[in-house]
Design a protein around this ligand. Structure first.
Ligand SMILES: Cc1cc2nc3c(=O)[nH]c(=O)nc-3n(C[C@H](O)[C@H](O)[C@H](O)COP(=O)(O)OP(=O)(O)OC[C@H]3O[C@@H](n4cnc5c(N)ncnc54)[C@H](O)[C@@H]3O)c2cc1C
Length: 272
């Protein structure tokens, strides 16, 4: 459990980070909270020769309100999100998801930017941000671009970020204070989701039911055409491709998705 040798390069601006990524190329990776990357390096599933440490870029931290959205810096920790009065007021589903990430140690070190950039389909924040119609701001050598949640998650541990992009901000439109629910099923307390479900108004998003957070499109369509919650929830696993692993079989995940979508729809309605 010892990582391969690497060079550690601390940077203090986004430009320095982007330039360093560009200079060192595929052999380099950004380091934020280190709570996904370092475990992978210890297992030698990732062996970057250069780690560009962005933790000291102070303007990538914090949460502010702008017109009808929240702007969250990529280095904002899960704990800061969980306890932010602004997030609780304008995007309570995001606070609820952050509160369920790992344990307190993980929440104090792990960042929202690292969580979404890592591209794990079970990431609590990725699933909730997708449901909340968030968008992601990336700075690369050719400037700044904003990527919607629909286009951000591309495949297993793969997002729309290029190798030399720095994710700087996450934009969250003011989400409903009612009609939302975040459900997470775990084998143990304080663990990764076996399956998760985020409902925000008409969006129903599933975590850990495929390579990326997935829309339960058939359930959404059923609700839109007047089906009741039980009927709609029965379609929850359509178009998904859950895997079997030590925590659950694919069939059990399919079962969970249906049960949890039903629970989420009921809880969201109850909040309305
Ligand atoms: C014991 C344990 C339990 C956990 N449980 C959960 C859980 O229940 N739910 C959950 O969702 N997560 C869980 N996590 C993961 C945790 O949320 C991580 O904090 C998160 O996935 C990664 O954030 P980080 O800041 O640590 O990123 P890092 O590990 O530093 O980086 C992760 C990846 O993102 C890239 N990256 C980081 N920041 C940026 C950026 N600004 N721009 C571009 N690329 C970037 C890195 O290069 C790397 O590839 C757990 C982790 C551990 C160790």
């Amino acid at each position: 459990m010892i990582p391969a040798q690497f060079t550690h390069i601390p940077v203090t601006t986004v430009k320095e980070a982007s330039d360093a990524l560009n200079h060192y190329g595929d052999d380099s990776k950004l380091l934020a909270g280190g709570h996904s990357l370092i475990p992978l390096m210890k297992l030698r599933l990732a062996t970057p020769a250069v780690l560009i440490d962005i933790a000291r870029i102070s303007n990538l931290r914090g949460i502010r309100e702008e017109k009808d959205k929240l702007i969250v810096g990529a280095l904002t920790t899960h704990e800061q999100i969980e306890n932010s009065p602004l997030i609780k007021k304008y995007a309570p589903i995001i606070a609820a998801a952050a509160k369920l990430v790992g344990d307190p140690q993980v929440r104090h070190r792990g960042t929202i930017g690292g969580s979404v950039a890592h591209g794990d389909a079970a990431s609590d924040l990725s699933v909730a941000l997708f449901a909340a119609n968030a968008s992601f701001v990336a700075t690369g050598p050719n400037g700044v671009r904003t990527i919607g949640a629909v286009d951000f998650f591309l495949g297993f541990w793969t997002t729309a970020l290029n190798q030399d992009d720095v994710l700087t901000e996450i934009h969250i439109p003011f989400a409903p204070t009612s009609n939302w629910s975040y459900q997470k099923f775990t084998i143990r307390s304080q663990d990764w989701a076996v399956v998760s479900v985020a409902v925000s108004e008409s969006n129903i998003i599933l975590g850990a039911m495929g390579e990326i957070p997935l829309r339960a499109a058939k359930s959404e369509e059923a609700i839109a055409s007047g089906a009741d919650f039980e009927q709609a929830a029965n379609f929850a696993d359509e178009g998904t491709s859950p895997s079997s692993d030590l925590r659950a079989s694919a069939d059990y995940r399919r079962h969970l998705a249906k049960v949890m979508v039903l629970d989420a729809l009921k809880e969201a309605k109850h909040r309305s």
